[in-house]
Design a protein around this ligand. Structure first.
Ligand code: ZN
Length: 117
């Protein structure tokens, strides 16, 4: 790659010079502000709120069936794991629980939801 400033053949750096991004050689890269595409992309990206563990896609059915089998109402389950019944209702309707909530459900109902393969 040819340096856009001096024309040498070893351009390997991206820099910003007066608002223009250029591909330049190591020597010329000192003239501008170095651009690192990886860093730019990572900036402002929030980690996913719901977590990254894979969850059994049938979690809604599993939670509802096991809860009913145990003779628990949504309210009772909510009290047991310290969650609002409305949240659990939504989970049983298919809303993906957070990893933390899924773990609580796993424990309370003795089921496996996360790390689904
Ligand atoms: Zn150069």
């Amino acid at each position: 790659m040819e340096c856009e400033l001096c024309g040498r053949q070893n351009a390997n750096a991206r820099v910003e010079v007066e608002g223009t991004s250029l591909t330049v050689c190591e020597t010329c890269s000192r003239l501008g502000r170095r651009l690192d595409p990886m860093v730019v992309e990572m900036k402002g990206k929030k980690p996913a709120e719901i977590g990254t563990s894979s969850i059994n896609p049938k979690f809604a059915t599993i939670v509802m069936n096991v809860r009913k089998k145990l003779g628990m109402s949504i309210e009772e389950l909510g009290k047991r794991i310290n969650e609002k019944a409305s949240v659990l209702e939504r989970v049983e309707k298919g809303m993906r629980p957070t990893d933390a909530l899924a773990r609580k459900l796993e424990k309370a109902l003795k089921i496996k939801l996360l790390d689904f393969e």
